[in-house]
Design a protein around this ligand. Structure first.
Ligand code: ZN
Length: 231
């Protein structure tokens, strides 16, 4: 294994693997840029591969970028807030009330370390996943039934690069980060995916169908493009 520091993309891990048939470039949320290469390939070839895909790597890094979390962090999930608060205790604890889910953080913890930041991210994501499994799944089945659209499974996933998808078997996947949007935008994404049950593309017929399901859908689509995740 070899590590290099690239001036534009930071740390790159180059790893030879006997089972690798060709070079594989990945940008992972926590490990960063990784290239797996066959034993016979040179590290120089891997570095060239990185150079050829710089724009793509920078785009992936932007998608993975997460916000720094601290005691002022406050996420709004529909009518509820998720907040952090210091505690003199030695252990972190989650306390759920009607209006706020409190994440109690030991005062002695150093919030600015990568380990604690990743831990906080994970906790907040699990809270969002819990809320998403309750709300989004039921809401999708409700809207599908209301619009007379037959679907199979609805699955909530930890995905940042897309809000949702619809398979050819009419299975709907939704990002748990949708829970951070307004009810109106959540419905937009759900109906957008439901419209894909009939049209597996973004043709004019798709947009016409979506407009029938949800008037003003184009404006909502534009709003979605400007959304930035607070997490
Ligand atoms: Zn689409």
């Amino acid at each position: 294994m070899k590590e290099i520091i690239h001036i534009k993309v930071g740390k790159i891990t180059l790893q030879k693997n006997a089972r690798a048939k060709r070079m594989i470039l990945k940008v992972k949320p926590r490990k960063g840029v990784c290239v797996t290469l066959p034993l016979r390939a040179s590290y120089q070839a891997a570095e060239q591969l990185v150079e050829q895909h710089l724009d793509w790597i920078l785009l992936q890094q932007k998608k993975h970028a997460t916000r720094y979390l601290n005691l002022d962090t406050c996420l709004t999930v529909r009518t509820k807030q998720i907040r952090l608060t210091p505690t003199p205790a030695n252990h972190a604890k989650i306390e759920d009330s009607e209006e706020v889910t409190w994440l109690h953080i030991p005062q002695k913890w150093q919030l600015n370390t990568p380990e604690i930041q990743h831990w906080l991210q994970d906790q907040l994501i699990e809270i969002l996943r819990h809320e998403a499994k309750k709300y989004l799944v039921e809401r999708t089945h409700f809207l599908a039934q209301q619009k007379g659209i037959a679907i199979h499974r609805v699955t909530v996933k930890n995905m940042r690069s897309r809000w949702g998808s619809c398979s050819s078997k009419s299975n709907i996947n939704l990002s748990l980060f949708l829970m951070l949007l307004s009810d109106e935008l959540m419905d937009y994404v759900i109906l957008h995916e439901l419209a894909h049950v009939r049209h597996q593309n973004h043709s004019q017929a798709f947009w016409n169908h979506l407009e029938d399901l949800l008037p003003n859908s184009k404006a909502l689509d534009r709003q979605m493009r400007g959304v930035e995740l607070p997490l």
